[in-house]
Design a protein around this ligand. Structure first.
Ligand code: AHR
Length: 636
């Protein structure tokens, strides 16, 4: 970001809060999260499973991520002996035949933590009875972190379980693999699974460190399952929510548009439980009959099966246990309906060249509203979205319109004022994907820059969020994207992402901390204010303010949250005054600050993180260069 700070205005900038004028109500759902399977977000990410290619279907030619262990050991895919579940062998396409020993290397390693229980499940059969051994070992086998015997193998498929326990004094490492030794027998493995401790101890659950990072953001909703992942490359490959339910060994998995197979271990129920664990509301996006290759189910009878599929899916989420799909949910262990308020119809349908969305949206809208009149229905076109297309939904008025913005830091800062001039009659906006990115097309060369945003992106993000807050009467919801990235080489399909991790550890980017600062310091009403004597910044002959601000107040406590963003290379002085009551400053300010080119990483996870700081008296606040500052104020 090359910016020249104009020092034309020498006098101190002033911000005057008008405490006598009521501001607008701030949407309680302003900040949420958006997620999809991209960058190994779930498999190899949030979803706790440690075995890669657990059903031997990632590659039809060879058992990738599995290797023979031991002299004369052999392994091969076997399509004749496929796992039978309840007498049905169609769920899986191959088993792994093993003689001697076999190892799985996980998603860029299997993480070992001290005093941890690892739950190993194996669906297997053998040519002769007797136990096999299971261990977690270093890649060369010189270190064994945990081991146990697995008995019960027979000539028929059976499900075997064992817990592998690591020692209290074990040193954490991400360089381990699972090894199974069969002796001189041949065994067939139909399905494998290895789970470490999960968040809240949920079976088939999520990684605790990532769940803590996400929960700490206090998201109000989770938009899922996509994104492109919802749509699929073809209609046949759209998110198959029905087959993501039930026992994991019976979930077929599916091809995802981001270039790798999904296990669907993170299925519809797991998405919903993830919301529950974060105290966030589900925001379900339903497949709307349009796939990424341009295939469209035409409005009318062709579309009706997809409308019905969406109604069933919604019923699984919010239907009572007496309904068809609500009872399935109850059978899956969750009788209580989930507290969903919004449903989105499709994703980025502005790309549909056949221009069928208006008709498709209307058909979905009518069906959803007829059955669930209280649900808010979100359209993916109709706003002034980044495609520059305006496709008015003449026939039906969506409750919200989803707009997506992936923009340069400069453009994102310039969008801080975007909604100031919006038509107050609507449509109401859901900024369902957005991020400042210091790369031109984050999808074309995903390994350029990144994998997470640097501080300049965080500054631009924060500037944009001041605009969201000031205009929260129109902008009701927002969520950054993409959310998660496995930072290993080959792990990402998008260059810049909010939270990074490898098998063992994780970190939030500066943009993560900006999001968290904004979401956790939010009042329920804006406080109107005026800014004067603000310096400007220029780039390529264009100019923008060099200070961005938002003020909101919590009606119950009276606390005013003043957010100030200084993206410029110079510290700035700001005098904060008020009309009406007198202001008092409660506490030291919270400041996120640093070199705009710097970022966090696995090695330095919190090089950029908010710190508390005394920034001086209110009539002379000192805002650091490249800083995001939150000041809490009271009145007397
Ligand atoms: O966030 C990455 C992708 O960007 C999403 O899948 C899609 O909706 C958008 O184009």
């Amino acid at each position: 970001m090359f910016i020249l700070l104009s020092l034309l205005l020498q006098s101190t900038a002033t911000l005057t809060l008008d405490l006598d004028r009521p501001g607008i109500a701030v949407s309680p759902s302003l900040y949420g999260l958006m997620t999809e399977e991209i960058n190994y977000s779930y498999d190899g990410g949030l979803y706790g499973e440690l075995i890669r290619n657990r059903a031997f279907e990632d590659d039809t030619a060879q058992p990738v991520h599995w290797a023979a262990v031991g002299r004369d050991a052999t392994i091969a895919l076997d399509r004749d002996r496929r796992l039978k579940i309840d007498g049905n062998s169609d769920v899986r396409t191959a088993s792994l035949r093993v003689r001697g020993g076999v190892a799985n290397d996980g998603y860029w390693g299997i993480p070992i933590r001290p005093a941890a229980d690892y739950w190993l499940t194996l669906w297997a059969m053998a040519d002769a009875p007797g136990p096999i051994s299971a261990s977690l070992e270093s890649p060369d086998g010189s270190e064994v972190f945990a081991e146990s015997k697995l008995g019960g193998l027979s000539k028929a498929w059976s499900k075997l379980n064992v817990v592998l326990k690591t020692r209290r004094d074990e040193r954490p490492t991400k360089n381990a693999r699972l090894v199974l030794r069969t002796g001189d027998r041949t065994i067939w493995i139909g399905f494998t699974s290895l789970f470490p401790p999960t968040f809240h101890g949920r079976p088939n659950g999520n990684r605790p460190d990532l769940m803590r990072l996400l929960s700490d953001m206090k998201p109000r909703f989770l938009r899922f399952p996509g994104g492109n992942y919802l749509e699929g490359n073809t209609i046949a490959e759209h998110f198959p929510w029905r087959s993501t339910l039930g026992p994991i060994e019976a979930r077929p998995g599916h091809r995802s548009p981001w270039g790798y197979r999904s296990t669907d271990g993170m299925g519809l129920l797991e998405f919903l439980e993830w919301c529950e664990d974060m105290h966030a509301k589900p925001l379900l996006a339903v497949f709307a009959g349009y796939a990424l290759n341009g295939q469209v189910a035409k409005p009318g009878p062709d579309l009706q099966p997809y409308v019905q599929e969406a109604l069933d899916e919604i019923e699984y989420v919010i239907g009572g246990p007496g309904t068809r799909w609500g009872s399935e949910r109850a059978r899956d262990g969750h009788p209580k309906p989930f507290p969903m308020e919004c449903v989105e119809v499709g994703n980025e349908d502005g790309f549909d060249r056949s221009k069928s969305y208006e008709g498709r949206f209307s058909q979905f809208y009518d069906a959803i509203k007829a059955k669930y009149p209280l649900l808010q229905v979100i359209s993916t076109t109709g706003g002034k979205d980044w495609l520059g297309q305006r496709s008015p939904i003449n026939q039906r008025k969506p409750d919200l319109v989803d707009e997506h913005y992936y923009a340069s830091t400069w453009d994102m800062m310039s969008m801080a004022s975007k909604y100031d001039s919006y038509d107050r009659r609507g449509p109401r906006i859901f900024v369902g994907e957005w991020a400042s990115q210091d790369v031109p097309e984050p999808w074309t060369n995903p390994s350029q820059k990144g994998p997470t945003p640097n501080m300049s992106c965080a500054l631009a993000d924060a500037a944009f969020m001041t605009g969201l807050e000031r205009n929260s009467d129109i902008v009701r919801m927002s969520c950054y994207a993409p959310l998660l990235v496995n930072v290993n080489p080959g792990g990402r399909q998008w260059a810049v992402n909010l939270i990074g991790y490898d098998a063992l550890t994780s970190f939030g980017s500066p943009s993560y901390y900006a999001q968290k600062l904004f979401a956790t310091n939010l009042g329920d009403r804006t406080v109107p204010f005026t800014l004067a004597n603000v310096p400007s910044q220029t780039q390529n002959g264009k100019s923008l303010p060099a200070l961005f601000a938002s003020a909101t107040r919590d009606s119950r406590s009276g606390t005013i949250f003043l957010k100030l963003v200084n993206p410029s290379p110079e510290p700035q002085e700001l005098s904060v005054a008020s009309l009406g009551s007198k202001l008092v400053s409660h506490e030291p300010a919270t400041v996120l600050q640093g070199n705009p080119h710097g970022m966090n990483s696995i090695a330095e996870p919190t090089a950029f993180a908010p710190r508390t700081k005394n920034i001086g008296a209110l009539d002379r606040l000192r805002l650091d260069a490249y800083s995001i500052t939150v000041v809490k104020l009271g009145t007397r």
